[in-house]
Ligand binder design. Sequence first.
Ligand code: NAD
Length: 380
Amino acid sequence: MEATEFTVELVRKVDDSYPVVVGRGLEKKIVEVAGRGALADRRIALITDSTVEGLISAAIAREFAAAGRPIEVIAFPAGEINKTRATKEWIEDQLIARGFGRDTLIIAAGGGVVTDVVGFVAATFTRGVPYISYVTTLLAAADAAVGGKTAVDTPAATNLIGAFHQPRAVLIDVDRWHTLSPAQIQDGMGETIKHGCLADSEFFEVLEDAFVRRGLSPKDFVDDDDLTSLTARRNCEIKRDFVSSDVFEGNRRMGLNLGHTIGRALEAAMGYTMSHGQCVAVGTALQMRLGERFGYCSAEDVERFEALAGAIGLPYRLPDSVSVEAIMAAMAHDKKGVAGTIRFVFQKGIGDLMVFEGGAYARPVDTQLIREFLAEQSRG
Ligand code: NAD
């Protein structure tokens, strides 16, 4: 018999738009958002981690109960170490044991670990259920909240197994930042100042005014209504602008990797003992110093970045304890790299990105040149 072939025609037009709500005390708001349209008839599971459970789950459960819509709370142990396939399976078993089915609405309440693993549960539970993210850390508000990337880590690499699954809504409750430590605020500021560098010079200036000129501490920052609201909003808007034009990271979304070529490699080379935000700050500073040599930004731009990072308490130089070879090895293994080349996103001054031949947002840089550059930088 001769093989035959036919086409299953399936051209899909998808509208995955969703609102991002920024404010304080959003426990009531989440009840309203979960009651919109087809979400209103669903049974709700609020899934969180053990730390955030103690901070917010009772208040949210109270609001839902008052609205006549009781919810179930499922909490897994906090921490990146638990962002695993085993945790995903445990959550799924909890949902099944409690009789949740296709009519489930999940609320993922917490930082980036929660939104990543719970978003992934939502992507596959009964082949996909809707979820709302209630984001409680600055880092997650700056990066994980918008974009629809969900994942778990494996021993081979972080975020290796996952799916694109867009939330139905994102709520960023700035009140939740009061219980973050100064180090967690600084961590989130690493991604925040990166956003200023790549897309918004005015936002960068507002941050310079707050931290360099007025000398705000992380605690002052959290108490400042205007600044926190602007920070949450601009982070999400900038990420949205890049993501909505390139959902699956073909090219433009790569712009968000500013500072990450060296940043991610540094994180791995340091055995994850430095926070992601700290590594991104160092990576962004070094990308600027390298970019200065190519004429992409000026010495003054580099000084401004370093002054801002320093005022926030973020590092901007390579730590003495890391070897250049360890960073080079980690860069070569980066899963976002293209085999055999190391590619960098470069900023154009402050507030814009370089666009290279053919509209590319990243360009390859010669490996030997990077090695020599890093060796110089590590000599201080
Ligand atoms: P996290 O969720 O582990 O939060 C850090 C710690 O803070 C945890 O112990 C958590 O319990 C605690 N916490 C959360 N909210 C708190 C609050 N309001 N007060 C006090 N403590 C609180 O992680 P994170 O730092 O928010 O984010 C890092 C994770 O985000 C990483 O796993 C990273 O891969 C992921 N991420 C994902 C994306 C994406 O696009 N999906 C982007 C960036 C980062």
